[in-house]
Write a protein that binds this ligand. Structure first.
Ligand code: KDG
Length: 318
């Protein structure tokens, strides 16, 4: 039985040891990544039971992903090994001009064969939240159907859904983004995105301006990740927006993995019933830590670490 259920594509990430065009890079460090896997690792480190539904190839990279999941204490019972397809891979490239470039080698991967039959109805029993990102439906037709199945299954079972569009313009042409993502946004309970995604979907960077568009249907909570400017959470029913300041890490490598870490921190607080400010603060903290290392999830904290850092709110009288 899981607290949280998610699905997506895990990949092996090769991070360059030196900056510059990849053709001149001689060595790389190897990591495990994938937006929903990162999210699952972060929540597992905080103590939740996460079900991560995916496929990997019957190859060395698939074995490496499974071994890394086990090392993190993450359940692997929902991972199917597919002998007929390969595990996806991606490379980062640091040119020194802003965020890293990413190059995917994932077409036709094992995870792209994820489909609607993967979600057995019994998997939702006892689940408190289903997490979906906008990456998975763009991987293949069957992944799109699997995402639909996830959202419909959650609705039928009365389970909350968090959705992060995680817009990857290498996976979808810019003019289609809003139309495609809104089909998923409308089925979420909590919408988590960054400011440029907010603008792509709603044409505004002001959370309050989104309320009328989502009135009636869709999320009740809008969480906006503002990077170095902190984060906000807007109660789309009541209208109140709360804002928290950012965490400023003393070292910065790259931002990949920060958004997933933020999502996990916020959702952890949300599931514990914490005040929105505390959930945002934990999201910011995990997101900031993620930027300090070359891998996506390595720097995410353990529960004991967030407790020691004073990020677990004390109830009145405790
Ligand atoms: O959020 C981090 C992800 O972008 C990274 O791990 C790779 O899943 C990935 C993707 O599809 O971009």
């Amino acid at each position: 039985m899981f607290d949280v259920l998610t699905c997506g594509e895990p990949m092996v990430l090769f991070s360059p040891a030196t900056p510059g065009p990849l053709r001149h890079v001689a060595s790389f460090t190897k990591h495990v990544a994938g937006a929903e896997l990162n999210f699952s690792v972060a929540l597992t480190r905080l103590g939740l039971r996460v079900g991560y539904l995916t496929h990997v190839g019957e190859d060395e990279f698939g074995r490496y992903i499974l071994a890394s999941m086990r090392a993190e204490g993450l359940d692997t019972s929902l991972v199917t090994t597919d002998p007929s397809r390969r595990t996806g891979v991606y490379f980062k490239e640091h040119r020194g001009l802003g965020d890293p470039q990413v190059y995917y080698y994932r077409e036709g991967s094992a995870a792209s064969a994820l489909g609607p039959t993967d979600l057995r109805p019994d998997l939702l029993a006892g689940v408190r939240l289903v997490h979906v990102t906008g990456i998975t439906p763009l991987l293949s037709e069957s992944c799109w159907q699997a995402t639909d199945q996830f959202l419909d299954g959650a609705k039928a079972a009365g389970v909350a859904v968090s959705f992060d569009p995680n817009i990857r313009l290498k996976l979808i042409p810019r003019p289609r983004v809003a139309e495609v993502m809104m089909t998923f946004v409308r089925r979420a309970s909590v919408l988590l995105l960054n400011e440029s995604e907010l603008e792509m979907l709603f044409g505004t960077r002001r959370p309050a301006a989104v309320r009328s568009e989502l009135k009636g249907a869709g999320p009740s909570l809008l969480v906006v990740k503002r990077g170095a400017d902190g984060a906000t959470a807007t109660d789309l029913r009541g209208g109140k927006t709360v804002e928290v300041a950012p965490f400023r890490p003393t070292r910065y490598v790259d931002p990949v993995g920060a958004g997933d870490g933020f999502d996990a921190g916020f959702i952890f607080g949300y599931l514990q019933g914490w005040p929105l400010e505390d959930s945002l603060r934990l999201g910011n903290h995990i997101g900031a830590l993620a930027t300090t290392v070359a891998g996506d999830y390595e720097a995410y904290p353990l529960y004991g670490e967030i407790d020691a850092a004073g990020l677990v709110p004390r109830r009145a009288g405790s």
